[in-house]
Structures are given as C-alpha cells and as structure tokens.
Ligand binder design. Structure first.
Ligand SMILES: Cc1cc2nc3c(=O)[nH]c(=O)nc-3n(C[C@H](O)[C@H](O)[C@H](O)COP(=O)(O)OP(=O)(O)OC[C@H]3O[C@@H](n4cnc5c(N)ncnc54)[C@H](O)[C@@H]3O)c2cc1C
Length: 415
C-alpha cells in the first residue's frame, strides 16, 4: 500500500466509516479504509434496519431500573449479564447510572433529539445522491403495547414525543389491525411514527457504497487490522497486521472496538462498552409485515426485509470476547410468534450476534482533535445516525459549520 497518497485513513469499514468515506471522497479527499475483516460485517451487518428517529431518550433511563431485576431473572428476557464480565463492566455501568441523573439525562436527550431530527432527511438525500433508494422505505413504524398498563405508558410516551416534535399517532386496536393485519388481537394499540424508515437490504446498501467509494478513487484494505496507533510530530503512525503506515490524518470508526485506539490517539479513556444484540432472520417470511413493528412489552423489533423477516433486539453484557449465545437469537422466535395470528415459518432461519458500541451517556463521539477524527459510539442508533455523522465529520474536515451543533458529541466531555 502506498500510504503517502491518502489524505485520511479511516479505521473501520462499518456503516459509520463507509458513509464518512463516501462523503469525504466525493468532495475530493483521498480516503483509504482500513478494515480488520470484510467491509460492513460488524454491527452494521445484522442490525434491525430501523431508521429509528423516534428513539430520542438515552439508554440510561432511571425509569427502567425497577424492571431490571425481573428482566435479569427471566432467561428469555431482553436483558442478560454474564456475571463473569461484571467486574469489567462495573466502571461503565457506574458512569451509566450517573448519567441517569436529571441533568445529564436531559443533556443526552437534547443531543439525541438534535441528531435524530436531521437523520432521516440526511439518509433520504444521501440515498438519492448514491442510488440507494430501492432499499430505503419511509413508511413509518409501529410501537405496540400488549398490557393495559403498557397502553397507558405508551399513550403518555406518544404525547410527550409529539410535544418534542417527534410526530406520532396513537392507534386503537382496530386501526392497528388495519395497518398490520397479521398481528394478533393481544396487541391492544400502538404508536405509529410516520417520520421513521427502514432499510430492506443493508448488505446491498453497503456493497453499493463500497462500489461507489472505489469508483470515486477511494481504496479499501480488507483484513487489515490496526493493532496500535501513535501520534508523533511527523504524523500518525499506524501499525497494522501487515505494515506500518504514516498517516497524515486518521478517522477512528471501529465501532465497539474503538476504545483502546481512541486512548492511544487522544489520551482519553472513553467510557464505552458493548451491548451485544442478536437477530434471527426468517427467509420465508417476506410477506408477513410491511413496516417495522417493535413491542414495548417484549422489547424487540420485527423488520420486513427483502430477504425475509428480521427479528432483532435484546441486550447482553458479556464483552467483546465471549462467544455468542445463539439461544438469545432463537428465543426471539417465541416472542414474535406470541404477537402474530398464524405460525411463523422458521425453516432455514439464521441467528446472528453483533456488538453495539455504547457510551455511558448514550451519545456518539463525533469530533476532530487536530489530525485525528473520531466517529464512533453510536450505540443502538448507528444506522440511523450514519449519514448525519458523516456530514458532521465532513464539515469538521473542511472547517465548515456542521448542520447539527457538534458540541455535545465532543470527546472533551470525558476528559
Ligand atoms: C441487534 C442489533 C440491532 C440494531 N438495530 C439498529 C437499528 O435498527 N437502527 C440503528 O440505527 N442501529 C441499530 N443497531 C446499532 C447499529 O448497528 C450500530 O450502532 C452501528 O452498526 C455501528 O456502526 P459502526 O460502523 O460504528 O460499527 P461496526 O459496524 O461494528 O463497524 C466497525 C468496523 O470496524 C472494524 N474494526 C474493528 N477494529 C478494527 C481495527 N483495529 N482495525 C481495523 N478495523 C477494525 C470492524 O471489523 C467493523 O467492520 C443495532 C445493533 C444491533 C447489534
């Protein structure tokens, strides 16, 4: 690799790295992506495909604390902690708890709201520019409730979101059944979010973006893991699995694997851990739903995709090294079945696990520290926020004013 020819090396070719790479390369910046594996095979491969602009509250929500014991006691519940991982999780979990206090919670909420408010339009413009339209559906999504008590919470939640400028409508059981007739009548009502979307084939989108990036002159180096990074007076020295690179600028976008490299590049230890999530893909179920349906009570989502129905969700704290526990993917079938009128066809289903990059304050780090750009930590919302994050990075690169005020996403908040 002739490393001198690039203006910037991006570490990590997930949806975050890829969107930023296309945004920069199309403005004349010479970009190389260094990807440890294959392009977009990490969290970006298996997520639920939901452009979830309605999710404007931090994961660190005090309201959820009282449900945690019940969730942990239920082996088929949406939350699992590998107790052997607890000592390593503890510092992050402590920070997460501190962020539940009213002031930091409100700060994170405002910052999520600002980012999500621009995310859908950013995706739509980007999709138009790079011919991704066939795989992006803006048909809204549903959040259903199954218990009368949940319906009450859902109603209040919807009113609160409407006041915040996140439009939604409360659907009665019969209106819900008109919109999603395959749902069982145990679904008592739902919020319909018209300004949300979903991606029907994430693989097709990332493949198309890689092709576009290359056609614009960008280079992708797969199986090229960055082992360490050091900022020197001559530039940034990256040691990869096959060589040393002297880079003039670097953008870190290694998702949940960014923590150690961020420390080497900036000296800052970011409170980030991984929330492992699972999906089960049902390839013979393409016709079941025509928009994503999340369940408030069961805490998972069903997204219709070109290659079937994707059941996705759950949070597992077990770190980056422990093997996947695919039972957590398979148990999603039971959850989905309970919401549907007729049996699901689970033949040829495939389970998957991926690493959400989750900071303790639920906000990504989108920043520039001289020659080092940072773009990681998008937790449950990396797909949704990929294009708006790329736009902010491009503005920081060229010294322009970003479309979203970037202060809340700066690294400095962890110094
Ligand atoms: C089950 C599940 C469902 C989800 N659903 C949604 C959803 O519906 N909507 C939404 O918006 N978000 C969703 N998310 C979150 C979203 O998938 C992530 O936030 C997003 O994919 C993060 O993208 P990324 O590019 O930062 O990370 P990744 O996709 O993980 O990419 C990071 C890349 O960096 C590479 N890398 C790592 N270390 C190195 C290194 N040292 N050198 C070189 N390369 C390296 C990795 O191989 C990887 O390809 C979901 C996540 C999960 C797990």
């Amino acid at each position: 690799m002739d490393t001198q020819v690039f203006d910037i090396h991006i570490i990590g070719g997930g949806i975050i790295g890829l969107c930023a790479a296309v945004a920069l390369q199309s403005c004349g910046v010479k970009v190389a992506i260094l990807e440890a594996d294959k392009i977009a095979r990490g969290a970006s491969y298996g997520n639920a495909g939901h452009l979830a602009t309605e999710q404007v509250f931090p994961i660190a929500d005090a309201g959820i604390l009282r449900h945690v014991p019940a969730m942990l006691l239920n082996p088929e519940g949406p939350l699992r902690i590998d107790w052997r991982y607890l000592p390593r999780l503890a510092p992050w979990a402590f920070q997460l708890m501190l962020n539940m206090r009213p002031e930091p919670f409100a700060r994170s909420h405002q910052a999520l709201l600002a980012l999500n408010a621009k995310s859908l339009q950013a995706w739509q413009d980007f999709a138009k520019e790079w011919q991704l339209i066939p795989w992006i559906k803006i048909q809204g999504s549903l959040l259903t409730a199954e218990k009368p008590s949940s319906l009450k919470i859902l109603t209040t939640h919807g009113q609160r979101l409407n006041c915040l400028g996140v439009p939604n409508t409360l659907l009665s059981q019969s209106a819900l059944s008109d919109l999603a007739p395959t749902l069982q009548d145990n679904q008592l009502g739902a919020l319909f979010f018209p300004e949300t979307g979903h991606i029907t084939n994430i693989e097709a989108i990332t493949h198309k973006l890689s092709t576009i990036f290359r056609s614009l002159g960008g280079q992708i180096y797969e199986n090229c893991r960055v082992l360490s990074a050091a900022v020197t007076i001559e530039g940034i020295c990256l040691t990869t699995s096959d060589q040393q690179i002297n880079a003039s600028k670097v953008m870190l976008a290694a998702g949940a694997h960014s923590k150690a490299l961020a420390k080497q590049l900036t000296g800052v230890s970011v409170p980030m851990d991984t929330e492992r999530g699972y999906h089960l893909m049902l390839p013979h179920e393409n016709e079941r739903l025509n928009l994503p349906v999340s369940s408030m009570d069961r805490r998972f989502i069903m997204t219709p995709m070109e290659r079937g129905l994707r059941l996705a969700g759950t949070v597992e704290y077990a770190g980056l090294e422990a093997p996947a526990n695919m039972n957590r993917a398979h148990m999603l079938l039971k959850q989905a079945q309970a919401m549907l009128k007729t049996p699901l066809n689970s033949e040829d289903s495939t389970p998957w696990m991926g690493f959400r990059p989750s900071t303790a304050d639920s906000l990504p780090i989108i920043d520039r520290q001289k020659s080092v750009f940072l773009n990681f930590g998008h937790q449950h919302l990396g797909l949704t926020q990929a294009v708006i994050s790329a736009q902010i990075i491009a503005a920081l690169y060229f010294g322009d004013i970003p479309t979203v005020e970037p202060t809340a996403y700066r690294l400095d908040r962890f110094r």
